[in-house]
Design a protein. Structure first.
Length: 322
């Protein structure tokens, strides 16, 4: 509901929509500590899912999109998945059936959903208007990817994604045993790094100048300096946690990384200083900021007793949309 103060001019056409889709990161804002306490416990929104991944907030509709993955099926052993839409406080519905997706990201204009799609080993783009699917990255030098897992979008629209082998199933290995990090810009796919063991979560700093990647197979998080043209530079160590899975950042540049085996989100300052943890379930896969003010952290994690669920907690600093 829109509230108009007596005597005030009504909002200009489109003003309310613009406010609803504006980034929660205010230019020049100064933020305090992100966590209310060094250890935070997230609350379960709903359980009963097989395997959840890739949460991404859609500011245009005020909803959370996430991948609902099932057990491997068929002769190739590929995991079917669909994109769910969660409308707070309690509505879940299927938005895109048979999406084949894992990690997700909504474009700044709210028009498209980018997806790391392991069903056909590509990066895909779905129209959020008519659900049509197009291919963003089909292969690298003619060789099929393993199983694109997670992705992030830069301020200039460059997409960076990880390619471990977790969802490759029984399909041929065309990457020669390598697992890699790639970027796609204006339709061209370039290799960033093929020396990380099972790269998983990937996220950019809010200003797009630092790219973080979690190496699941070596319990390490690394970072790359990103040049103005979107080219990542040399790799340096950022932090070490057990089985780093998905990640997100807040508007202050703090980094939130899921530890799959620990059931925790580890929170780091941009310097790498450890700020605290957020507990959620047992096997935590990913996290994303959302909510009207961007300060709700949504977490996908397994639920004690079986299955997966969506968790949430309120934090002090709003989150970066990607």
């Amino acid at each position: 509901m829109a509230i108009v103060i007596a005597g005030a001019a009504p909002p200009a056409p489109g003003a309310l929509a613009a406010a609803a889709t504006a980034s929660p990161c205010a230019p020049g804002a100064v933020y305090g500590p992100p966590l209310p306490t060094p250890t935070v416990a997230a609350e379960l929104v709903r359980g009963g899912f097989t395997f959840l991944e890739g949460p991404a907030w859609d500011r245009r509709t005020g909803t959370l999109l996430l991948s609902d993955m099932q057990k491997p099926a068929g002769p190739q052993g590929v995991q079917p998945s669909a994109v769910l839409r969660y409308t707070p406080p309690d509505t879940f519905e299927t938005l895109i059936a048979q999406s084949g997706s894992n990690g997700l990201a909504v474009t700044d204009d709210g028009a498209r959903l980018l997806a790391a799609t392991h069903d056909n080993r590509t990066v895909s783009s779905y129209s959020l208007t008519d659900r049509t699917r197009t291919t963003v990255a089909a292969d690298h030098l003619g060789r099929a990817f393993n199983s694109p897992n997670d992705l992030t979008i830069g301020p200039d629209g460059t997409t960076y994604f990880t390619d471990p082998s977790f969802q490759r199933g029984n399909r041929a290995d065309e990457q020669g045993g390598r697992t890699g990090v790639f970027r796609v810009r204006d339709g061209a796919v370039d290799l960033v790094d093929d020396t990380l063991r099972q790269p998983n979560g990937i996220v950019l700093s809010p200003d797009g100048t630092t790219l973080y990647v979690g190496a699941f197979g070596s319990n390490a998080i690394v970072k790359y300096t990103v040049s103005p043209d979107g080219t990542p530079g040399n790799r340096t160590a950022f932090a070490s946690i057990r089985t780093p899975d998905g990640a997100t950042t807040d508007c202050a540049g703090n980094v939130y990384w899921a530890s799959h085996d620990e059931g925790l989100i580890h929170v780091f300052a941009p310097s790498g200083e450890r700020l605290g943890t957020i507990s959620a379930g047992r096997n935590t896969t990913n996290a994303a900021f959302g909510g009207p003010d961007g300060r709700t952290l949504y977490i996908t994690s397994s639920v004690p007793g079986g299955g997966f669920g969506l968790y949430q907690t309120r934090l002090n600093v709003p989150g970066n949309p990607h």
